[in-house]
Design a protein around this ligand. Sequence first.
Ligand code: NAD
Length: 298
Amino acid sequence: MKVLVTGGAGFIGHTISKKYIEKGYDVTILDNLSTGKKENIPDGANFIFGDICDSEIIKKLGSFDLLSHHAAQTSVTFSVKNPLIDARNNVFGTISLLESMKGKVNQIIFASTGGAIYGNIKKIATEKHAKNPKSPYALNKMTGEKIVTMWAKQNKTKATILRYSNVYGPGQDPHGESGVIAIWMKNILEKKPCIIYGDGNSVRDYIYVEDVANANLLSINKEGIFNIGTGVGTSTNELFQILKPQEKATYQKARDGEIERSVLDSSKAKKSFFWESKTRIQDGIRLTFSKEKRRKNK
Ligand SMILES: NC(=O)c1ccc[n+]([C@@H]2O[C@H](COP(=O)([O-])OP(=O)(O)OC[C@H]3O[C@@H](n4cnc5c(N)ncnc54)[C@H](O)[C@@H]3O)[C@@H](O)[C@H]2O)c1
């Protein structure tokens, strides 16, 4: 099985790449290292430094059974301030990549975002929930889904859209504006304050990255759109209590483009490819903490 993972030097992409290599797949990673890191690239992967818009590089890569498209501009707040850069990576970049891969791929797995494209969710969202993107990032990811689906149909390729909820785990970049768990863990390890933007009552569906990687394994050869979440909502205040019980958080003004509640129903993925998230948030945080401490002490 030959796989091209775009964004494979990033947080989620490198975890998936590791899983594919463990399975014995032949993995090539394409990444421009804009947010990804060279040290994330797993042993056994073939690394190509390059941009998804660089068709000259991509056309030389040959054919693949699977294109796992994870390269993206991933910050909601960055996209609000820089909508053109977001569109360049998430819309133009996706079209450019697919055009360079024409006739050279059997399946595309596209990393989308259930955490952003549905907007505010009253209780829990299935894949049929209305879309209400609140940021350029969400809008452009939603467009990316349409591009992949249309292109796959035109080119007789399988399209698999995985709409992740909020992913956390070891190797997540704590320097960006996204990924509250990674940012707080870094602050805790450095004895710095943890900031809550808004009143702390906004709710997210936090999913452990290993569970997301398993979904990428199990969805090979499965077509369609699938939510990949836990179905469990955790407020920012509750999250703070899990990470720093008995302490008080520092509150600041809510940020633009953020949503109030996002929780995903993933029963379609369970029915279609027998996937469900296995890691409770308390366990996932414990695992992440111990791996990050080890990483820091190396
Ligand atoms: N982290 C989450 O909670 C979450 C939730 C839903 C969806 N996603 C999606 O999952 C994917 C991976 O996200 P992540 O959290 O691992 O982010 P990340 O920033 O760690 O990974 C993105 C990777 O893509 C690379 N990249 C960015 N633009 C590129 C370009 N133009 N050409 C080549 N490489 C490029 C970066 O260097 C990085 O390695 C993204 O598509 C993101 O939208 C993430």
